[in-house]
Design a protein. Sequence first.
Length: 298
Amino acid sequence: MTFSDALRRRFVRDTSLPISLVQQPYFSYFIELYDPVYQSVEKYERLLKTMESLGSEQAFFEEHKRIKEKVVESVEAQPAYKAILRDTFEQYKVTGGFTQENIYTMKHADQTFISLDLKKANFNAFRHHDPSILQNAESYETLLTPFTEETYFLKSKYLRQVIFGHLQPKKQQKIQKWMIQQIADALSPNIAEDRFLSASSDELILRTTPGAVEEELSWIESVLPFPFVRAEAFTLRSIGGKSFFVKAFLDSEKVEFKAIPGYLLPQCYKHYFGQPIEAYDLLFTFEGMLAAFQTTLF
């Protein structure tokens, strides 16, 4: 099955894959290359299955739009949603805050951290405020299933962001920031303030040490005020001694590449895993034209 660049570009957005070149044959190369970390082959197979079901690219884009519109309409029709339009959300006002520090710098290389992340933050923000806003759906997927049963669409992060981008996103953010503050308050009896390194609207990062991780994670999970918080420990690794980083999680083989421009990710990825650089790894686009680095990064 042959797809257009537009469809492959939408697929990359739907799946948050770090693929910059959607033209073939480069696209297929990166699907295979990134599979061990991003499960890109499985995600692409979901697209193939969905396309077989829908039959055409036009039908795919129309279905994407239809699902978004139907979900937004269904939420907007709820009395609880209409009520928040008039609500100033003063109960979610956050006082104070943390000193924001960029974690992805060389001074943090080889240090260990704990990440506290709000899972599906926009959905869970509204669900916390009033579940009936979301028709008492117990999960984001449950909210969508009256309109689609296609796994591809249920797992599309981009579709979720588009849907909630039409549903009072500033109020979602206000609840999310309050939630992060509640998490910090729950931890503050045992965690010194200078260990709170960074706080965004959906993640809190704490300094820790390898020897303290297991005990701290156990305690943190026992005091978390919300059930949809993911607590994970990781060590930040510099790639090749440069300001490009990998979050290496301590309880699994999972890694996340951070602070790396998309056009340099193939080289950083290959260097981290000890793989040889190939011609496709040096390609990028410049003002709409295909270009290539003449020398390697490492």
